[in-house]
Design a binder for this molecule. Structure first.
Ligand code: LMG
Ligand code: NDP
Ligand code: PMR
Length: 400
């Protein structure tokens, strides 16, 4: 089973030599290969409600009165008789900056997507959307603080009440605390990096899987952003401190720094390691979703390394010298650098490109920005660890 999850074709490590891979062996992925051609685009209008949609709406009868927008059904006849697709609805967590914002912009600009920006800072998200020029009708900001499971539940509840179908969910938000000397904690008392990046998203995606499954969109996708630094089969993943979940004893103990360690493996707190560990959790979770739910739900589960976006807010807690040197280091030395805009296009492909439908894949890009199925490290593709992580995580977030 594990073997079927392993990417095929490419066996190379995803280090800075990616650009030297033979591009003929790589899957070309064009951003223009989205579901729809522009001329078949439909307006997002509540006037057309198909029978399938009506059935869905009626099952949500008690809350229909609060529903501001109703999506038209998947196929609706236009005046010239052609069948068109309604806009897709995608939730992107942490869309107020960096990769999430660039992805929101890329998807919204196609005119084919309505982006729900799931953000902890409502005002910042609104300002960011305006500053990059996302058209008003193409986005909605909704409050979500992933460092509170209560907030996650509230977000899901509000989203479900909106009556909007869900066609794609992008778990993108993350924090990185490389200079923290002591652990800090989420509302429920989990170490903040793993609590936010992994546990918050774990609960969110579990609670929204049902909505994805119900979507009548041709391709339903759940994407969890991973990273090269969590993969020890790469040079970047070998810069200390290295990711290592061990036997998950700290996580099983509640990650609270009281009766258990604040680190997943039970070790001493290290903020940079906690981040890398959380990325391993993200990549393992994607694969466990695939194993448990791909066949049953038809949802495509994916992860990716978008490239090193060395200028984002992710490094806000790092020392100023690092923030100064890191972008030129990545641009001129490792050549792993990618702009926010380019990275946003990559993630947008994983959301909507009709050639990236394969489930259980960790996507990466070579220098020419051609996507390929990358190989995860041994730990990040350990099926047994993924199962254990799933079971421990569902206990911690109150699902089991
Ligand atoms: C840990 O340390 C911390 O302990 C932890 O708390 C946490 O912060 C964690 O991952 C985060 O890091 C990491 C430590 C690893 O790394 C460093 O301290 C190095 C920081 C490097 C940051 C990048 C800046 C690189 C500066 C290059 C200047 C570029 C200027 C560009 C100009 C372009 C001109 C065209 O420590 C180690 O991994 C140990 C080994 C590190 C040895 C460093 C050797 C690296 C070799 C790679 C090339 C480096 C560049 C050489 C400079 C050439 C200058 C022209
Ligand atoms: P940014 O810091 O720019 O974006 C992170 C986003 O997450 C922000 O919008 C931030 O909100 C949000 N966020 C943080 N905490 C919470 C929370 N508790 N609840 C809700 N939202 C929260 O970083 P990037 O764009 O670089 O990171 C995006 C993703 O890309 C991450 O998953 C990261 O691991 C991944 N990645 C990044 C790489 C890089 O080189 N930058 C490389 C590989 C992967 P706010 O704006 O309010 O702070
Ligand atoms: Mg790394 C060989 C290529 C390469 C790539 C693609 C990255 C990506 N890094 C590479 C190499 C190196 N880095 C080398 C040789 C060093 C030692 C000088 C190095 C150091 C380094 C530091 C200190 N790198 C870092 C840090 C961070 O604090 C960043 C981090 O680990 O965040 C968790 C980081 C990153 N390097 C990357 C990428 C993508 C990151 C940041 C973000 C992430 O993984 O999400």
């Amino acid at each position: 089973m594990a073997a079927s999850l392993l990417p095929s074709g490419i066996s190379s490590l995803h280090n800075n030599k990616e650009g030297k891979l033979n591009s003929s062996s790589l899957k070309e992925a064009s951003f223009n290969g989205a579901f729809l051609s522009k001329n078949l685009k439909s307006d997002f209008t509540p006037l057309f409600i198909g029978t399938k949609e009506l059935r869905r709406k009626s099952s949500l009868a008690p809350i229909r009165a609060q529903t501001a927008t109703v999506a038209p059904s998947i196929n609706e006849a236009t005046q010239d008789g052609k069948k068109t697709l309604r806009k897709g609805n995608v939730i992107i967590t942490g869309a107020s900056s960096g990769l999430g914002l660039a992805t929101a912009k890329a998807l919204a600009d196609t005119g084919e997507w309505h982006v729900i920006m799931a953000c902890r800072n409502f005002l910042k998200a609104e300002k960011s959307a305006k500053s990059v020029g996302i058209a008003k009708e193409n986005y909605t900001v909704m409050h979500l603080d992933l460092s509170s499971l209560e907030s996650v539940r509230q977000f899901v509840d509000t989203f479900k009440r909106s009556g909007r179908p869900l066609d794609a969910l992008v778990c993108n938000a993350a924090i990185y605390l490389p200079t923290a000397k002591e652990p800090t904690y989420t509302a429920e008392g989990f170490e903040l990096s793993v609590g936010t990046n992994h546990l918050g998203h774990f609960l969110l995606s579990r609670l929204l899987l049902d909505d994805l499954q119900k979507s009548d969109y041709p391709q339903k996708r759940l994407i969890i952003v991973g990273s090269i630094t969590g993969n020890t089969n790469t040079l970047a993943g070998n810069v200390p401190p290295k990711a290592n979940l061990g036997d998950l004893r700290g996580l099983a103990g509640g990650l609270n720094g009281l009766n258990s360690s604040a680190m997943i493996d039970g070790g001493e707190f290290d903020g940079a390691k906690a981040y890398k560990d959380s990325k391993v959790c993200n990549m393992l979770t994607m694969q466990e979703f695939h194993r448990r739910y791909h066949e049953e739900t038809g949802v495509t589960f994916s992860s990716l390394y978008p490239g090193c976006i060395a200028t984002t807010g992710l490094f806000r807690e790092h020392i100023p010298l690092f923030r100064l040197l890191f972008p030129p280091f990545q641009k001129y030395i490792t050549k792993g650098y990618v702009s926010e805009e380019e990275a946003g296009k990559r993630l947008a492909q994983v959301v909507s490109d009709s050639s990236l439908t394969k489930s259980g894949v960790y996507w990466s890009w070579n220098k020419n920005s051609a996507s390929f199925e990358n190989q995860l490290s041994q730990e990040a593709s350990d099926a047994e660890k993924a199962r254990k992580l799933w079971e421990v995580s569902e206990k911690l977030v109150g699902l089991a």
